[in-house]
Design a protein around this ligand. Sequence first.
Ligand SMILES: Cc1ncc(COP(=O)(O)O)c(C=O)c1O
Length: 490
Amino acid sequence: MDSLYGNLKKNQYSDYYPFHMPGHKRNLPGRPMESFYGIDITEIDGFDNLHCPGGILQEMRERAAVLFGAEESFLMVNGSTGGILSAVSAVFRGGDTILMARNCHKAVYHSVYLNRLKTEYLYPTFVKEYNICGGISSGKVSEMLTENPEIKGVLLTSPTYDGVVSDIASIVRVAHERKVPVIVDEAHGAHFCLDSRFPESAVACGADLVIQSIHKTLPSFTQTAVLHVQGTLVDRDRLKRFLQIYQTSSPSYILMAGMDQCLSILETERENLCHSFFKRDKMFCDSTKELRNINILSMDNQFKKEYYIVAVDPGKKILSVKGTNCTGQQLYKLLLEKYHLQPEMAAQDYVTAILTVCDKEEGVQRLADALQEIDIGLQRVPDEEFPSVTGCAGTACYDIHYAMDAEYESIPLKDAAGKISAGFINIYPPGIPLIVPGEYFTEDIVRQIRRYKTQGFTVEGMTGKGQQVSIIKEEKNAQNKNCLYDRTCQ
Ligand SMILES: Cc1ncc(COP(=O)(O)O)c(C=O)c1O
């Protein structure tokens, strides 16, 4: 069978003249990116249709299902974002209640807004040793489902952006006892299915819908993702309907040819790739185990009991400088400017480095060497408390859609405490809302936002040249039937 790329190349050099989109007509000779234009087509004869596949794209879907161990898989060109929007819309109807982890990515919140859902939150534990979110307890899921029988589905992120994996199998078990489907945002865990040394994937744990950004951790182009569905709790026709709504009607064949290649690489080289990954990982762990000041997150026996963490992704290296005279941003800058190593991101207390099956040994060794050198120059200092980025229980007053669509005004951040937010404020990355529409600005949140801004983090959602926040013009709305909670939460 020819690859999609092979077919696109054949088409490029054939004598079929294009009286179709795209407008560049594959005719920009001598221009930059000429080779990309050459294979950039739309759904012409012989190239199938992403939204109604029956040929090469259908075969790719079937291959993806085998590779990822799912009953049925869908290819997506709009990232996990499109998959999350589709999955949530398939499971819930307007006004339904979702039980979701409060540390979900903004895409989940956007799906809640678009579907006008009511939210019940699962607050993750907080791993104080690293200042990161821990896991979600299946006991808590069970308790919430019992207390709130109106809940129509559960959604959580596992692994988190920091590589923390929750006990999905147990969560699925307690949800399925009540016939409630579980959606897992596994955007950062597409590689889990490749080898048993990685944490167990949410698909293997029986989750009903699993969304994975293959572009994040596998050899695939940015924007590409897959969505898996299994079991009988999800209406698959409804899911297909929403995949059509949330994805472009003109999917890029460059991206899809890249997905085809990603599948082929994994089908044929998975064992070797994983073998080399774990060899590099061992080398990295061995070279950094003697560090005295930089702590690297790894699974700890206590984690399971205390933080409901069942595994930590070996592909995420959380390089913590907590309790030293260095901040996460300083370590990031040092790695970037002195060692020419580009990390994924910096948080207050740590830097995240991503390792995948496509790394070079030399790159990973350079990171280990740099950390050894940096570690020697660090000193321990008294630790400073830095709160979680995931809001806190009891501050929600209105449904997200109500607050987002209410009349609003912009006020200076300094005056926001006690007011109700009309928008999301996210620290990016990771894109988890610090405050969501309908929640109160507490003194703590205002302080946190100010601090993130002073420290140079990207704070999304501020208005008025980044100094203001939107709050709902309320009081008159307090009696509105959409009011989620009694205002006593103030
Ligand atoms: C946990 C999580 N979910 C979903 C997304 C959205 O993924 P994508 O960028 O593929 O749309 C991200 C992106 O960073 C993420 O971190």
